[in-house]
Design a protein around this ligand. Structure first.
Ligand code: ADP
Ligand code: F6P
Length: 325
């Protein structure tokens, strides 16, 4: 347990995610409702070190719930991995009267949050990443919007793929995490799902599958490829050469990180923002907010970072094979 908090700082860090603004809004308004003051820290830990700190009131977050991106901006700040800068960050918080900080980001950002806690600032993390790759939680802010954006884009590629009777390799985001690929694989009825975690690199199997599906009358062949596997253009050239089936690659890219958040992202992000302030109000520190088994809970940051989660126990992948017959 840390000390009582009077002034909360809030920052977004790492890759942005739709719904981050809903979380910021909830932090600001919940804190004000509890009689606390709020300061926005711009550009993540980089902005903290540069003292880009502004007072926030209820109007600072007006008209933000439907907006993608983050009104606080975000940054990656390598310096903050060094103790000297972590101590400096904590001192800057004290200088500005900030005694509690809410950090919205991924695992890397939680490391930074934990360091601020170590140097005396009560700190709470909120999971914000489109990748869904935070082990302690079943939900991360932005995944729902991103996966719906990817799904809609893939539907469009599928239309033209069917018309031309082509094979389409569609690359979705997720550097080290195949959740977007796996979910789209089911939602878009893909013939193949390639993820960083599971793909064995056996391209001959993909080639055989394209030929086999053509033989049984399929008019398209959709391969969802996670960014972590990559090389979609080269893969397309090789598959076309080996099968004679025209093959195109599409990389959806950063479209998946933007846009107005879905209802789920707005609601869950709002709940997590409010929950984080409740924790600070109770004097808690070094905790991360999570959604697990249908409820909002919290974990010690270091324990959360040590947790592991499987992309899939094999079930979703297995059913995808039968569903794309
Ligand atoms: P994410 O939060 O999405 O995982 P990053 O891994 O890029 O994104 O981390 C975001 C930021 O968090 C980094 O740029 C850095 O400022 C901070 N950070 C990452 N790892 C650490 C660490 N080990 N110690 C302190 N700060 C860290
Ligand atoms: O972590 C979110 C994410 O969009 C990943 O899916 C992707 O690999 C990475 O960020 C891209 O980051 P950048 O902002 O550097 O393009």
């Amino acid at each position: 347990m840390g000390n009582k908090v009077n002034t909360i700082g809030v920052l977004t860090s790492g890759g942005d995610a739709p719904g981050m603004n809903a979380a910021v809004r909830a932090v600001v308004r919940t804190a004000l409702a509890k009689g606390m003051k709020v300061k926005g820290i711009k550009r993540g830990f980089a902005g903290l070190l540069d003292e880009e700190i502004v007072d926030m009131n209820a109007r600072s977050v007006s008209d933000t719930i439907a907006r993608g991106g983050t009104i606080l901006y975000t940054a990656r700040c390598l310096e903050f991995k060094e103790e000297e800068y972590q101590k400096k960050g904590a001192e800057i918080c004290r200088k500005h009267g900030i005694d509690g900080v809410v950090v919205i980001g991924g695992d890397g950002s939680f490391q930074g949050a934990s360091k601020l806690a170590k140097f005396g600032i009560n700190t709470i993390g909120i999971p914000g990443t489109i990748d869904l790759d935070i082990a302690c939680t079943d939900y991360t802010i932005g995944f729902d919007t991103a996966v719906n954006t990817a799904m809609e884009a893939i539907d469009k590629v599928r239309d033209t793929s069917t018309s031309h009777e082509r094979c389409s390799i569609i690359e979705v985001m997720g550097r080290r995490a195949g959740y977007i690929a796996l979910w789209c694989g089911i939602a878009n009825g893909a013939e193949e799902i390639l993820t960083y975690e599971k793909y064995d690199g056996n391209e001959q199997r993909l080639i055989d599958s394209v030929l086999e599906k053509k033989k049984i009358g399929k008019k398209h062949h959709i391969i969802i490829n996670a960014e972590g596997v990559g090389h979609s253009y080269e893969m397309a050239e090789r598959i076309e050469a080996a099968t004679g089936v025209e093959t195109r690659a599409t990389i959806i890219g950063h479209i998946q990180r933007g846009g107005s958040p879905t209802c789920k992202d707005r609601v869950y992000a709002s709940a997590m923002g409010a929950y984080a302030v409740d924790l600070l109000a109770k004097g808690e520190s070094n905790r991360v907010v999570a959604y697990k088994h249908g409820e909002f809970v919290d974990f010690d940051i270091q324990e959360a970072l040590a947790m592991q989660k499987e992309l899939d126990d094999g079930y979703i992948y297995k059913i995808s094979q039968n569903l794309s017959r």
